[in-house]
Ligand binder design. Structure first.
Ligand code: G3H
Ligand code: ZN
Length: 290
């Protein structure tokens, strides 16, 4: 099987993007995996520090590796938004394929030092264990929470989008594999509608850095904006809030309609199906499948 790095390169050459979806439980993993298998496209499962604490670090690795081995299917595991060296190291040691060191709240030079430390560790471990481990970093604040938001998070604006020259300096100084920029995207879904994305900024950052870019905060963005950003150099798109909402709403509806149902495998199935439907639609869009 190709490595995640090779799948990203292939997506880039084809002008499509790989879908990255977060999980908090086994049901979401089933829903995401069902959709990816159905469409036969690679997929990345992400767990933030909070999601990882709930699911279990080693448990997440075991689940994803089991599916990959059983079906010889390209499903990969990413330590999403890990905030410190020790939590990145723990995820990589446990067997994650990739990690995101999220030091975006630090001043640029401190972000560079911490990111470089994670890149160096990933290279050392990769060499020792013959694994191709990817490190992603963030540059430019896009908010923090995958939830429904009353308004655009404070500190996010067109003025604070990632500057191509900062991105170039950052990538050269850290040797990072993937970069998550701020291009109009926000984490979470804004009640009045998410801001528009800026494909021209994606293009400028891609030209300046030459490395694959990752679009975070995908939930709530417009289809045409995704397509335009993917065409300009986005190779991975992250979706979380949309599947959280779909899961919650489906289970709630099922239990309202079936108040006497007590078998979790019955009432949680509605959540699996709802996640699958959202992921299938997103994967079709990102992979250019009609
Ligand atoms: O890393 C996770 C994502 O960036 C998800 O963002 O909840 O807005 O889809 P989202
Ligand atoms: Zn994110």
């Amino acid at each position: 099987m190709k490595t995640l790095r090779e799948y990203i390169k292939e997506a880039d050459e084809k002008g499509i993007a790989i879908g990255h979806f977060n999980i908090s439980n086994l049901e979401a993993l089933h829903g995401i995996y069902n959709a990816a298998k159905k469409l036969n496209v690679p997929v990345i499962i992400g767990l933030s520090e909070g999601e990882e604490e709930f699911v279990g670090r080693e448990e997440a690795v075991a689940l994803v590796k089991a599916l990959r081995a059983r079906d010889n299917f390209p499903i990969f595991l990413n330590a999403d938004h890990h905030y410190g060296f020790e939590s990145v190291k723990a995820a990589l040691d446990a067997g994650y394929d990739a990690a995101i060191i999220d030091a975006v709240k630090l001043p640029l030079e401190e972000n560079i030092i911490l990111t470089k430390k994670c890149v160096d560790y990933a290279r050392e471990l990769g060499k020792k264990e013959n694994r191709d481990i990817l490190i992603e970093a963030e540059l430019g604040f896009i908010g923090t929470s995958s939830k429904i938001l009353d308004a655009i998070p404070e500190g996010v604006s067109e003025a604070t989008m990632t500057k191509p020259e900062d991105a170039k300096h950052f990538v050269e100084a850290t040797g990072v594999d993937l970069l998550a920029p701020s291009v109009g995207n926000v984490h979470g879904m804004v009640k009045g509608g998410n801001p528009r994305l800026h494909p021209e900024v994606v293009k400028a950052i891609r030209e300046a850095t030459g490395i694959p870019l990752v679009l975070h905060g995908g939930s709530g963005s417009m289809n045409e904006d995704f397509v335009a950003c993917i065409a300009e150099g986005i190779d991975i798109v992250h979706i979380n809030t949309e599947i959280r909402v779909a899961y919650r709403d489906a289970v709630k509806k099922f239990l309202n309609e079936n108040p006497n149902e007590v078998a979790p495998y019955k009432f949680l199935k509605s959540g699996v199906e709802a996640v699958e439907a959202v992921v299938e639609a997103r994967l079709k869009l990102f992979n250019g499948i009609k």
